[in-house]
Write a protein that binds this ligand. Structure first.
Ligand SMILES: [Zn+2]
Length: 206
């Protein structure tokens, strides 16, 4: 019974410490959130493997802030910068991360109400790290959070030209006769354009 009372008191004190957060959030605009996407690409012609990464900073309408040694970050912008969607449920106190095709990747139920400031839901750096599968690092000197993705491996053809079949889903091919399309109907485009339109590489010909 005593333990329950203690837990209740602890919860209450946590609720109370949430109150000054809103006051601090408006002047905490110094914190940067950087994303490092790691890749490893294989040249389909030569087999040569090259590692590289793409680095960028996430733009926020409501800035991240530091509270009791923990960085809080708007979840939606952070997730969207990585190509994920977010569904927030205030009543259920849950945050659902969705993928490119709107499929549910993970739903996390929180112990406390969502932390909402000026219409933006904030979560800790650790929460983003765990729910989006990223490595997180906080540099207190530069006030920068760096989220690093696991390495994405892919194969590419150096020309960068791919084929799209008229039918057969959102798939691009490295040749126009890989067996799952009508060759005469296939159209050429760049791999980059195909990928940015949501096309995926054909399993048959890559
Ligand atoms: Zn193919």
């Amino acid at each position: 019974m005593k333990r329950k009372m203690l837990l209740f008191a602890l919860l209450m004190s946590m609720l109370i410490t949430f109150i000054p957060v809103a006051a601090q959030a408006s002047d905490g605009g110094d914190i940067w959130v950087r994303i490092v996407r790691q890749y490893e690409r294989t040249n389909a012609n030569t087999g040569e493997i090259v590692s590289f990464d793409i680095r960028f900073y996430v733009q926020f309408e409501e800035p991240p802030f530091l509270q009791d040694g923990e960085v809080y970050i708007p979840i939606r912008e952070a997730a969207e910068a990585l190509g994920y969607g977010v569904h927030l449920d205030r009543e259920a106190q849950s945050i659902t991360v969705t993928g490119a095709a709107n499929e549910v990747i993970r739903t996390t139920y929180l112990d406390a109400a969502l932390l909402i400031i000026n219409g933006r839901t904030f979560v800790s750096m650790q929460f983003i790290s765990e729910n989006l599968g990223l490595y997180a690092h906080w540099n207190s000197g530069t006030k920068t959070v760096t989220f690093t993705t696991p390495v994405t491996q892919f194969t590419y053809t150096p020309s960068g030209i791919v084929w799209l079949a008229r039918y057969g889903g959102e798939i691009y091919h490295s040749r126009n006769n890989c067996g799952v399309m009508v060759s005469e109907w296939a159209t050429r485009t760049t791999r980059r354009a195909a990928r940015s339109s949501g096309y995926r590489a054909c399993q048959n010909c890559w």
